[in-house]
Structure formats: C-alpha cells, structure tokens
Design a protein around this ligand. Structure first.
Ligand SMILES: Cc1ncc(COP(=O)(O)O)c(C=O)c1O
Length: 414
C-alpha cells in the first residue's frame, strides 16, 4: 500500500500562505504536517477526497459537524429548498420557529432556543445570560475546558489581555472539592459553572465524569444560586438526542449546541429553561447572519433524520466496533491502542510510546487514506460502515508495520 502523493495540496498551501496568514489558520492549522493533505476537492458519506485525488476514510467529520455523512440527501434537499425560497431576508423565516419547536420537543428540560453561527456564540451568550440573571461577574470552568475563542475563554495568547481572564476561575475536572473551594473563596460572585458533559482535552486521554459528579454539581449550583451551563457543542447528539444531561442524570439551566446540529450547515443554538427566559429576553446578542433560514431548515431536517435513525445508539455501536477493530490491529503488531471518551468520539493513544511515535503512526495512517489526528478526539457519523472499519484496519496495520520498519519507536518518558 503506497503512500499518497500530496503535491497539489503542498503547492496550494504555498499559494495560501501568500494571501492568508499561516495559510491555513485556526484549528485547521494544527493538522498541517509534512506529507499530509491540506485541501479537499469533494466529500461524500464518510469519506473525502483531497485535491490530489486521494480518498480518505474521515474520522474527524470536519471536527464534529458531519454527523449523518457528507452531503446527506434529506438535509441538503431541505437546505436547498429553503435557499430557493429565501435565506438572508429582511425578516426571520418561519422555519426558525419550527426549528425551535423541534429542539424544545427533542431536548429534555429545555423550553426555548436562540440561534447563532458557531458554538462560541452559544457559550458566550450563555455566560452573558448567567451574568444578567445573577448580577455576578465570575465564570467557573474546567481547567482544559474549551468553549470557543471569545477572549474570556482563551489562555494568555497574543491579542488577549489579563482583564479578559480576570473573572474566569478554573478547576480540575472531576474534582468536586475544588468546585466547593472556588465557591467559598468567591462568595456570591460566581455567575455560572460551564462544562462539557465529559472532559475532552487535547493531547490527553479523555475522562468521563465520576458517577456522582453531575448530580453533585447540580446540587452545589442550586445551593449557591449559580447558573448551570452544559456545553454540548462537541458531544451534542452523539451521546443522546435528548441532550447529554439525560445520559448523565442532571438538569442544566442552559445548554449550548453547535457542530453537529445541522450536519455542516452554519448554525448553533443556545437552549434554556423557562426560568432563564426572562434574562434571555434582556441580553443583546446578534449577528448579520444569525437569521439565515437555510441552515435552520438543514438543522430541522438533521434532527428529524437523527431521531428517525436512533442515531446516537447507532454511532455508539459503530464507534465501539471501530475501537475494537483498531485495538486488535494494534495488538497483532505488539502495541496497545488506548481508547478514551465516548465511542462516538474516540481519542486514541498508543500506550507506553512517546507522543512523537503516536504522531508518526497517525501520519502513516493519514498518508494512506485514514484521516486521524494525533492530538484531538475523533468523530463517528451514522455514515461510517463496516467497509470503513475494514479499510481503516488495513491502513492502520500497514502504518504500525511502517513505524517499526522506519525505526520510529521511542518510549514515553515519565
Ligand atoms: C465543547 C466546545 N465548546 C465550544 C466550542 C466552540 O465552538 P466553535 O468553534 O463552533 O465556536 C467547541 C469547539 O470545538 C467545543 O468543542
């Protein structure tokens, strides 16, 4: 199995660098590596093709949005029909109301929805509503918790200032004691607690909540008048279509959705309880493109297809099969592939070897047609099939043999 040639991608990256800072920017920039593809030419189902014509089994699903497979006919049809009727018009489309109704019917405990474009719109708005509701400034989050690129959420990176982070307190994941201490040290100052349903940092195994974590967080938030925000932007609809809180047994006040909500069409949503509605009505947050009707039609169709196909369970099943199959391939080559996170969003790590070795294996996979990332969790869609699992295993097997033959094995240092 020969490695792919990516000459066209490399040339296009050089062109990009002349007119776009870094060439490929933001989180897509992290996957730019020697020998790997940079630009796609088309996508369909569970696969994409790069501009050199190479085909990939896509285990990143565009970092999550692709949940039903690229170019899903029902979603595309709904989006195109709405586009023909009107997309960005001087009035909102009635499809906005239909989508909000669909979300309220689907997501347990939520009574309303507001819409934005990116996950960060939903998380930013959620914090504003929490601050308005409580009259408090501070945001309590998890150490590695990622909620978008708004300044309050960034580490000390260029372009941000200390004041952006002044009101943000962060605590380790799964540490209820740290949450209690933060509240004691900041009495009546914490507006909200925001977290993903489980911990999915980069470069580290993903970690599920301990059995009592979420019910305890809910109790603590209620005791101290803190708004409980579930950031379901990444995991939303891949654990439960009713919302990840249903799976983990707690009741948030606000839930942020993004990524998979419209199978790739640009829309995100913030949902909330009746009690939060009064504050949501007061807070001003908007954008020129927030009322685009076509992504709303796509989101409605996506949710309908997800519900019809019992998608969360289907993706869990496919993810479990993919993880077991790749695990066997690793074992037959003398390695142990550690899988963490939910089956529909697996994070992979080769046990006991260095990060460089793990990345070398990932590169060998990518350069033969299995699109993985070394530092980030992966995503399963309902379009992934047993043919994808088989193809992934063939490639992973060759990749394991390649890193041994190339002498790329180094052990993890303590
Ligand atoms: C948990 C979580 N919240 C918020 C965001 C921000 O979403 P977006 O990049 O669409 O603004 C992300 C993006 O990866 C995320 O994973």
């Amino acid at each position: 199995m020969k490695k792919y040639s990516v000459n066209q991608s490399s040339k296009m990256l050089e062109r990009a660098k002349a007119v776009i800072p870094r060439g490929i920017f933001g989180h897509y920039g992290f996957s730019v590596r020697e020998g790997n593809p940079n630009f796609f030419s088309r996508a369909s189902g569970s696969r994409f093709w790069d501009i050199d014509g190479n085909e990939y089994v896509d285990m990143m699903c565009a970092y999550g949005p692709m949940i039903l497979g690229y170019n899903h006919p029902k979603v595309d049809e709904a989006a195109h029909k709405q586009y023909e009727r009107g997309n960005t018009v001087s009035l909102a489309g009635s499809v906005m109301v239909e989508l909000a109704e669909k979300l309220v019917d689907t997501v347990v405990g939520m009574d309303w929805a507001l819409f934005g474009k990116n996950g960060g719109d939903a998380t930013t708005l959620s914090a504003m509503i929490a601050r308005s509701a409580t009259g408090r400034d501070k945001i309590l989050k998890i150490d590695d918790g990622y909620h978008g690129v708004t300044a309050w959420m960034q580490d000390s990176r260029p372009g941000t200032i200390e004041a952006d982070r002044e009101s943000v307190i962060s605590v380790p994941w799964n540490d209820l004691g740290a949450v209690e201490t933060a509240i004691q040290e900041n009495p009546d100052q914490i507006a909200c607690f925001i977290s993903s349903p489980y911990d999915h940092p980069v470069f580290r195994d993903n970690e599920m909540p301990s059995a009592d974590y979420w019910p305890s967080i809910e109790r603590i938030c209620r005791e101290h008048g803190i708004v409980l925000i579930l950031d379901d932007v990444r995991a939303g609809f891949r654990i439960s279509l009713s919302g990840s809180h249903e799976h983990f047994g707690f009741k948030p006040d606000l839930i942020c959705f993004g990524k998979a909500i419209a199978n790739g069409y640009p829309i995100s949503a913030l949902m909330g309880t009746e009690e939060m509605k009064r504050e949501a009505q007061k807070v001003f947050y908007t954008g020129t493109q927030f009322f685009n009707a076509s992504p709303m039609a796509a989101a409605k169709a996506t949710i309908e297809v997800l519900l019809e196909s019992d998608a969360a369970n289907l993706m869990t099943d496919i993810g479990n099969k993919m993880n077991a199959a790749l695990g066997s391939v690793a074992e037959s080559n003398g390695f142990k592939l550690v899988t963490s996170g939910i089956p529909a969003m697996p994070y992979y790590r080769i046990d006991e070897v260095s990060t460089q070795t793990h990345f070398a294996w990932v590169d060998e996979c990518v350069q033969r047609g299995l699109y993985l990332l070394g530092h980030h969790n992966h995503f399963v869609s309902t379009a992934h099939s047993s043919a994808d699992i088989e193809r992934a295993c063939e490639i992973a097997d060759v990749a394991f043999r390649a890193i041994v033959e190339n002498g790329q094995i180094s052990l993890k240092t303590a």
